[in-house]
Write a protein that binds this ligand. Structure first.
Ligand code: ADP
Ligand code: MG
Length: 709
């Protein structure tokens, strides 16, 4: 009777969940599989008993001994002091907080297993607050797991929950036969070679045998870990590929040239007009893009190339393919000044060509005059504007295109997913999707491209236009700033131009950063006869534009600025870049900034001024970033180091928020497993769809967010 009552109240859901239960839910540990995948942070070895005599100071050991004395001392502070002996020696246990129940377990005559760190003292061996329990039952055969947890969820409760889940969880094999991941076979003590399946891997990782090399569990190189990581990567690849295949069912206009009789295609005209030859890389990626555009499958391509590799002209060529087919093209950059800088050249090339055929380029930005904007909207709607250039304003709802077929997004990572979706809606009325070309100067390391961007095709410009001189990068402590200023004087006297970058002005007061305005005054004073300009993010757009013009024209020798020049500025005569408080910038940001020089034939330099602040030395990550900058100017290498320093989670950061991050696999090191998963995913979707579905459900089912506790 009683039993029935009890169990009904436990299962009818009326009882409030305990704090521990709530904590489990909060950690996303709701299904058995979630608990089974909640892996230990570390392990405790309770499999061995150490004789007290051989326990050395500093060792963490388990002893089994009998209590010979137990007393509460009041001085120097209240504490329970217990003496235990095991026949080889004695040890004193001290507890500063204790309950009557503890005293009972620790009563004279009790046989205990005690685990803790041994300390030496004048009176002999001691343990402070050791773990203890009655000595009964067999010693465990496996290491004891210690799980990541939160305050409301006691370790013992979590251990039981995981233990129960492990006995219940069903882990049928989801890998197709003969498709095991490339994992080095495990040499167990007996020389038996074996691979772990998921079930064995999980059981092992929760309760490894004491002979395991702990380092292989710590660095996740153990075959059991490898198996787990392989499965995780496979789940991610399967879900990405599914998304890609869903997109593949959509249709886009096929952009093939429809030459008007007698008229030269824009594409050929533009090529003839360029003052330079395309690099082989530019030709290759242009062909990749044109090939995509000619198909009815919507293009979803990322064009990546280091700063200065010449992405703009590739975008322009793609735009001409689109316009030659009789469709509209939109080009967007994240800010007005960038839109203008990025596309000025491109518009300079294309506007006259379009004008010759009675068409034009439309310009759409936020702060536009009403009348101008209305006129722009009208010619976009009528199709008279074959090319639309601007900022986010381009995707606002009121903007109606006649027939948008290609959207080019520069600095794609600064646009959100929602904005990209809005762009796709622009053609929704026709049931078609526009093609999308996203450009990025922050190269995505290959491993990231293969995983997070599996739904994206990638074209890479891996070659800089000829004639660029390598940039020399120097790290200089800001105590030697005056030497740098002197060097600026010499550069300007030689007809060169200089950028001086200060950290963001918004934060300058609070964080005591050198503020751009003060630096401007300081430099102007130190460099008599040199025109020193100032550009910062709070200036009105018109003023910014005027300053940029002065600098471009060469009349201004030094441009002090906040990071507004970060991307897109192109002044080939500038040959020195000074970045103040370089330690505060991110690695890819530093690389972008450095890319502003070295665009002409002159030898260029980048000076990274750093301040060690009160600490007297740089933090480890800041040091890593500056070192990387000094050692390489290859954008891909920089991106790889960035990934290493920050980890993929942060690398993707807010820009990819929403993407489930990998919990176990490490994209920087698990390349082989990733390649295996990438090759297997399509095979599984085609030949074993049910296994694929089960696999994804297992891994991605319940988990929303997961904190690496
Ligand atoms: P990014 O890839 O950083 O956007 P840009 O498109 O701004 O680079 O190009 C950088 C500079 O190189 C521009 O001045 C551009 O006109 C020039 N450029 C582009 N392609 C070539 C080429 N094949 N040969 C010479 N100069 C080129
Ligand atoms: Mg660019």
């Amino acid at each position: 009777m009683n039993v029935t009552k009890c169990s009904s109240s436990a299962t009818n859901g009326a009882a409030r969940p305990s704090p521990a239960q709530q904590a489990l839910v909060k950690l996303g540990l709701t299904r058995d599989i979630d608990l089974a995948l909640h892996l230990p942070l570390r392990y405790e070895d309770e499999t061995r008993i150490t004789p007290i005599r051989s326990a050395r100071e500093g060792d963490t050991v388990q002893i089994e001994a009998t209590v010979t004395a137990s007393a509460v001392q009041l001085r120097p502070r209240r504490q329970l002091v217990v003496t235990v002996e095991d026949g080889t020696g004695s040890c004193e246990l001290r507890f500063f907080s204790f309950y009557p129940s503890h005293q009972k377990t620790l009563a004279v005559g009790a046989r205990l297993r005690v685990r803790g760190e041994v300390r030496g003292s004048f009176w002999g061996r001691q343990m402070l607050h050791p773990a203890f329990r009655k000595a009964e039952g067999e010693l465990p055969a496996a290491l004891t797991p210690v799980y990541p947890t939160v305050a409301q969820l006691p370790q013992a409760y979590l251990r039981r929950a995981v233990g129960t889940a492990l006995t219940r969880v069903e882990l049928p094999e989801t890998l197709p036969p003969g498709q095991e991941p490339p994992i080095a076979r495990f040499d167990s003590k007996n020389g038996i070679q074996r691979l772990f399946n998921l079930r064995e891997a999980l059981l092992f990782l929760h309760h490894p045998t004491p002979d395991v090399a702990l380092a292989t569990l710590q660095d996740h190189s153990h075959p059991a870990w490898q198996r787990l990581k392989a499965e995780e990567l496979l789940a991610q690849q399967l879900s990405q590929l599914t998304a890609k295949r869903e997109r593949a069912r959509l249709r886009a206009p096929a952009l093939r040239p429809r030459p008007a009789p007698g008229a030269l295609a824009l594409h050929e005209q533009l090529l003839a007009l360029l003052p330079f030859e395309l690099t082989a890389a530019q030709r290759r990626v242009s062909e990749e893009i044109a090939h995509d555009l000619a198909r009815t499958l919507p293009m979803h391509r990322l064009l990546q190339g280091d700063v200065g590799s010449g992405k703009t002209v590739v975008a322009a060529l793609a735009a001409t393919v689109c316009m030659d087919a009789g469709w509209q093209c939109a080009l967007m950059a994240p800010t007005e000044i960038l839109a203008e800088q990025h596309f000025a050249k491109l518009v300079g090339w294309l506007a006259p060509l379009l004008a010759a055929r009675g068409q034009q380029v439309a310009w759409l930005v936020g702060g536009q005059k009403k009348k101008e904007r209305a006129a722009m909207l009208e010619c976009i709607a009528s199709g008279q504007a074959a090319l639309v250039v601007g900022t986010h304003a381009v995707i606002q709802e009121q903007v109606r295109f006649k027939n948008l077929a290609l959207a080019v997004i520069d600095e794609q990572h600064r646009f959100g997913v929602a904005q990209r979706l809005a762009l796709r809606q622009k053609l929704a009325a026709t049931g078609l999707e526009p093609h999308m070309l996203m450009m990025s100067a922050t190269p995505i390391p290959r491993t990231l491209a293969m995983s997070y961007y599996a739904d994206l095709d990638v074209s890479t410009i891996d070659e800089l236009p000829p004639g660029r001189t390598p940039i020399v990068t120097k790290l200089i402590a800001d105590s030697r700033k005056h030497e740098v200023v002197a060097r600026i004087g010499a550069q300007v006297a030689a007809g060169r131009q200089v950028y001086w970058v200060c950290p963001l002005i918004e934060e300058s007061e609070a964080l005591d950063l050198s503020n751009a305005t003060a630096t401007h005054v300081e430099l102007a004073e130190a460099l008599p006869g040199v025109t020193v300009g100032l550009l910062h993010s709070r200036m009105p757009a018109a003023e910014k534009k005027a300053v940029m013009e002065e600098f471009k024209s060469g009349r201004m020798g030094v441009l002090v600025s906040t990071t507004v020049i970060e991307v897109g500025v192109d002044v080939p005569n500038a040959s020195l870049m000074v970045i103040e408080h370089a330690e505060r910038f991110g690695l890819s940001q530093l690389h972008q900034l450095r890319g502003r020089v070295g665009r002409g034939a002159a030898a260029s330099a980048c000076v990274l001024l750093y301040s060690t602040g009160d600490a007297g030395r740089l933090g480890e990550t800041a040091q890593g970033r500056l070192k990387a900058m000094a050692e390489t100017s290859d954008g891909f290498e920089i991106a790889r180091r960035d990934l290493e320093i920050r980890g993929p989670g942060e690398f993707l950061g807010a820009r990819q928020s929403g993407d489930a991050l990998l919990r176990f696999a490490d994209l920087a090191t698990d390349t082989l497993l990733l390649e295996w998963a990438r090759a297997l995913a399509p095979v599984m979707l085609d030949q074993h769809p049910q296994l694929a579905e089960r696999h994804v459900a297992r891994w991605l089912g319940g988990h929303a967010t997961y904190s690496r506790a």
